[in-house]
Design a binder for this molecule. Structure first.
Ligand SMILES: Cc1cc2nc3c(=O)[nH]c(=O)nc-3n(C[C@H](O)[C@H](O)[C@H](O)COP(=O)(O)O)c2cc1C
Length: 420
């Protein structure tokens, strides 16, 4: 019987354990989590979502405070379109976040950056260009382009001296999206080093419509593999979404995938950025508590726990501090939904906005509990304490369980000694 450890992912000169811990913004997949995956010989992701805030929390910078002060005069204005990101500060924050992570790296694995295109920042092209190039400047091993089609993203890095040696990959949910990407980037003569195929059971945003349940990851992996074979393209495929055990992973590794990307099992790792009380919510969740809805202003369906505080919250849009979802014209679907409520309740009190959520603020405060479809199974991966709470696990334990388990088994951690 095969285990994940019987396989290796070859990326250029790197031979890796074929386990990739997916990017989880905002700072849910922390540097500490990514570094553990790299130390153990796999790949970990950090995310550049709300990078200024991540830098402020970790490195005592004051990027968010400074930006809020600069745009303070606009806080009561329902129109947020004047808000811009200072590109120099964006570069500085990215270099700090990425650079400090890379300085701490040990082991033979790699650390990648998850870069979501949907963070359009009221200047999609120039902000993305700065994010990508600054991450390369700071020595990131690779960049995974996610949440968008990224048709021009390779071009934005093409002049960088590391463009051909850093590992660059893309997340897609269909063969069509990959075809489009390859067609648009053909002139650069630079293929992606890996393609992550994210199916409908993943956490975060889904690359499907609300008909997501009609799709199946194994089928899409098969279609993409067939397409690449027909085109004689040798690009490693990574399967993601709903892979809960080592055996699940082996099934993909034996059927066309060169690696798996996993995330949900790591949401309750000690190294994961979610606060402990939120980790307990993930443990407690039952299948019925996990929903897919349309509250994300990005327009993509998103999976989350149904008791997440972000749903129905009517907070004032906080773009003066954040504003990462402002589109190229300075708009955001949450601002529209909020302003519509203000028309009905001009005093602004007790407002509840049901159809959209202020994703920047709620993700920043860990109040949007996005999760994968297997979250209800997390409770089966650990012990319960006498007070009813669940024991969180080390990232190493979870990683090695994926790497070595067989027969759908899940290794429980060593039970913590009971308090005297
Ligand atoms: C809490 C959470 C947050 C996530 N955030 C992001 C994100 O910011 N960007 C992204 O590309 N994918 C995100 N994902 C998707 C994961 O990177 C990963 O591809 C997917 O969840 C794997 O499926 P699994 O969770 O069933 O293992 C997130 C997943 C979870 C569980």
């Amino acid at each position: 019987m095969k285990r994940v450890d019987d396989f290796r992912l070859q990326l250029g000169k790197n031979e890796l354990v074929p386990i990739i811990v997916g990017g989880m913004g905002v700072d849910i997949s922390t540097a500490e989590l990514a570094l553990e995956a790299a130390r153990l010989g796999g790949i970990g992701h950090i995310s550049d979502a709300l990078v200024h805030d991540v830098s402020d929390r970790r490195f005592d910078t004051e990027f968010v405070k400074e930006k809020t002060k600069f745009y303070k005069h606009n806080i009561d204005n329902s129109d947020k379109s004047i808000i811009q990101f200072d590109l120099g500060k964006l570069a500085e924050a990215t270099r700090l976040h990425v650079g400090r992570t890379m300085d701490a790296k040990t082991g033979n694995g790699l650390v990648f950056l998850n870069c979501m295109e949907k963070l359009t920042m009221n200047g999609p092209r120039e902000t993305l260009q700065v994010r990508l190039n600054s991450a390369l400047d700071a020595g990131i091993d690779g960049i995974t382009l996610s949440a968008g089609l990224h048709l021009g993203s390779f071009g934005l890095m093409a002049e960088h001296k590391r463009f051909r040696d850093a590992k660059l990959g893309i997340i897609v949910s269909s063969v069509r999206a990959l075809q489009l990407f390859l067609r648009k980037t053909a002139r650069l003569n630079r293929l992606p080093d890996y393609v992550i195929i994210e199916g409908p059971l993943a956490g975060g945003h889904l690359g499907f419509g609300m008909d997501w349940a009609q799709y199946d990851l194994a089928t899409i992996v098969g279609e993409v593999a067939q397409f690449l074979k027909a085109e004689q393209l040798d690009i490693p495929l990574v399967a993601a979404g709903g892979i809960f055990t080592g055996t699940d992973a082996v099934n993909f590794l034996q059927n066309g995938a060169a690696a798996v990307q996993v995330a949900t099992r790591f949401t309750i790792a000690n190294e994961c950025g979610l606060p402990d009380k939120v980790k307990q919510e993930y443990f407690k969740a039952s299948e019925e508590d996990i929903i897919v809805n349309g509250v994300s202003p990005t327009g993509y369906p998103m999976r989350m726990l149904k008791n997440t505080p972000a749903i129905g919250s009517g907070i004032r849009p906080n773009c003066e501090a954040y504003g990462y979802l402002l589109d190229g014209a300075g708009g955001c679907a949450y601002i529209n939904a909020y302003n519509a409520q203000i028309v009905l309740h001009p005093d602004g009190k007790n407002i509840s906005v049901q159809d959209k959520t202020c994703l920047c603020t709620h993700m920043r405060n860990y109040n949007c509990w996005t999760c994968g479809s297997t979250t209800n199974r997390l409770k089966d991966t650990t012990w319960r304490n006498a007070d009813g709470s669940y024991q969180t696990l080390s990232a190493e334990h979870i990683f090695r369980d994926y790497q070595f388990s067989v027969d759908q088994q899940i290794a429980l951690p060593q039970a913590m000694p009971l308090a005297a």
